[in-house]
Design a protein around this ligand. Structure first.
Ligand code: SAM
Length: 128
């Protein structure tokens, strides 16, 4: 575990942690940024990751994600993900998809950026 506080005075905690074990932190966040993690998981771990996010994001909290899209040719690198797979993973009642946009994602694979999806997703209120 590493921790640090930035000079601007806002409290922050930096951790090296398994994203599949987020609930074990006993903490909730209102915003989660995912750059290139969702697309590394296979189907089983994808489901575990989404369940971990559901437990770790506050109701009405937001999850922003960048992942390779199925429009990206070839097989080098992470899984290609379709919009339908994103919608299936983040389905009601736990989630609401606010937007999925096609964007270029800068990587060290080429000079132009790969085809990617940028998804904005809201954690719905938990049912009582
Ligand atoms: C495709 S890289 C993206 C790296 C960086 N976030 C970026 O945008 O360039 C995926 C990263 O996810 C990390 N990773 C894979 N499984 C993980 C897990 N279960 N928990 C936390 N990080 C994980 C890998 O170590 C790797 O650094």
């Amino acid at each position: 575990m590493r921790s640090a506080r930035p000079a601007i005075g806002l409290p922050a905690r930096f951790l090296v942690w398994d994203a599949l074990r987020l609930p074990e932190l006993g903490d909730e966040s209102d915003t989660v940024l995912d750059s290139g993690l969702f697309h590394v998981f296979d189907d089983d771990d994808r489901a575990r990751y989404v369940a971990a996010l559901a437990a770790a994001i506050t109701p009405q909290g937001r999850y922003y994600m960048l992942c390779f899209s199925e429009r990206q040719p070839g097989t080098l690198g992470p899984h290609r993900v379709s919009q339908q797979e994103i919608k299936a993973a983040f389905a009601p009642p736990d989630w609401r998809i606010d937007a999925i946009d096609a964007v270029p994602l800068d990587t060290n694979m080429d000079q132009v950026g790969v085809h990617a999806w940028r998804a904005s997703i809201t954690r719905n209120e938990r049912e009582r």
